[in-house]
Write a protein that binds this ligand. Structure first.
Ligand code: HEC
Length: 147
């Protein structure tokens, strides 16, 4: 086989491999952001039940801190190529990374209040912070997620 042809073939395989690695990481990023969203929804649902039943909120400290971290982490999962596939993210999530990061930081701030209220087992402060968390979810979804 001609050396040039061999080099072209090798280069071609390299490109194909990197394209497929990229597609895999895009799929993984979509799966990771959905998993995080579902996990925090589980925490939020349990917190709502505790508020309604006027139960102790102390057990929600870790979950609230995890939501706060997620607020910082989630925007980083909207990587190039993950705008296509099994996703409901709007194009704005990819064209406006700064706005997306800001929306994540709003969730971070609200969830830190939730964690502090949980740590103090302060039910009123917890309920107030819970509303802020819900508003932060809604604000981001309105701009960056399909209905
Ligand atoms: C920084 C923006 C942002 C914040 C803040 C945010 N979300 Fe999301 N959420 C999204 C986007 C974008 C999607 C669509 C992701 C996709 O399909 O790729 C989504 C998807 C979801 C989904 C669907 C997941 C699935 O299985 O398809 C749920 C449930 C959800 N969010 C709940 C929440 C809750 C609850 C909060 C607040 C505690 C929250 N989100 C905060 C942007 C956000």
């Amino acid at each position: 086989m001609n050396r040039l042809l061999l080099a072209a073939l090798v280069a071609g395989f390299g490109v194909a491999a990197s394209v497929s690695a990229q597609a895999q990481s895009a799929d993984a990023a979509i799966a990771a952001r959905k998993a995080g969203m579902e996990l925090q929804t589980a925490v939020v649902g349990a917190a709502k039940r505790a508020i309604d039943a006027k139960e102790d909120v102390k057990p929600f400290k870790d979950g609230a801190n995890a939501i706060a971290m997620w607020g910082k982490a989630a925007p980083g999962l909207f990587i190039a190529g993950s705008d296509k596939g099994d996703t409901k993210a709007l194009p704005a999530a990819f064209s406006d990374p700064e706005g997306l990061a800001k929306a994540g930081l709003a969730l971070n701030a609200a969830a830190l209040k939730l964690a502090a209220a949980a740590d103090a087992n302060d039910k009123d402060a917890f309920a107030a912070a819970f509303k802020e968390v819900g508003a932060a979810c809604g604000a981001c979804h309105r701009t960056y997620r399909q209905r």
